[in-house]
Write a protein that binds this ligand. Sequence first.
Ligand code: 13P
Length: 283
Amino acid sequence: MLVSSKELLLDAQKNGYAVGAFNTNNLEITHAIIAAAEAQRAPVLVQVSAGAIKYAGIDFLSLIVQTHAHRARVPVAIHLDHGPDFETVMLCLRFGFTSIMRDASKLPFEQNVAEIRKVVEAAHALGVPVEAELGRIAGAEEHVVVSEREKTMTDPDEAAQLVDLSGCDFLAVSIGNAHGFYKGEPDLDFDRLKAIRDKVSVPLVLHGASGIPDHQIRTAVGLGICKINIDTEIRHAFTQSVRQTLAEKPEEIDPRKVLSPSIAAMQAVVERKIELFGSQGKG
Ligand code: 13P
């Protein structure tokens, strides 16, 4: 069933687990995410970035996700990931998204607050919750020294102010997490996460979770992370499987035979994450 992410994340917060938010770009990835959620009886967010919209078209992608959501026995929310501007937010609301992220984290604090307030006003009028971000989540390729790294992290007092002033429903934090694969072991700042959790009452979100070791994910969930974003590990499973199939069967010309094993490979990744996040059986 298609649901708002708000009920999913509030239940996760109350019961100490995290809901997986998995990025999709096409039919095959969406099939894999929903099959995993059904197999694990887990609630799930299927999320779509501006890049995914550009690639697949919002009409196609929203229908693929929503068709799955309507058929599924588990609760499914369709979420805009890193909404780059107000226009993209409005487009997604028009296409029936049940969860919105507006990422204004690159802007100065006051402008971030103003952007989120504007989106909250529009989205809440339709009953749709809003995720904001404070601090900058780096790409894994960016090498920064520790003092610079700290400058990009979420400040706990500012986090509390942003939530109060903007009325956002969830907050994405920067605590040493990065998008893409990590070079070396990631080093999450759990003291900072705890300080944020102590000052902020809304559910917290962890981006860039591909490649974070399991024990760090468990600690983050224990400290109040309620939504965890995974993209890179799904992409990796997809393309590795396609490479392997074509290496084993170079004469294969039927796309269905190339892509079907990749759906199974992505499903396995998503199921493992659902177990790790503690959301299995919660749907
Ligand atoms: P990864 O690509 O590191 O899994 O991050 C996904 C993400 O945070 C999407 O917003």
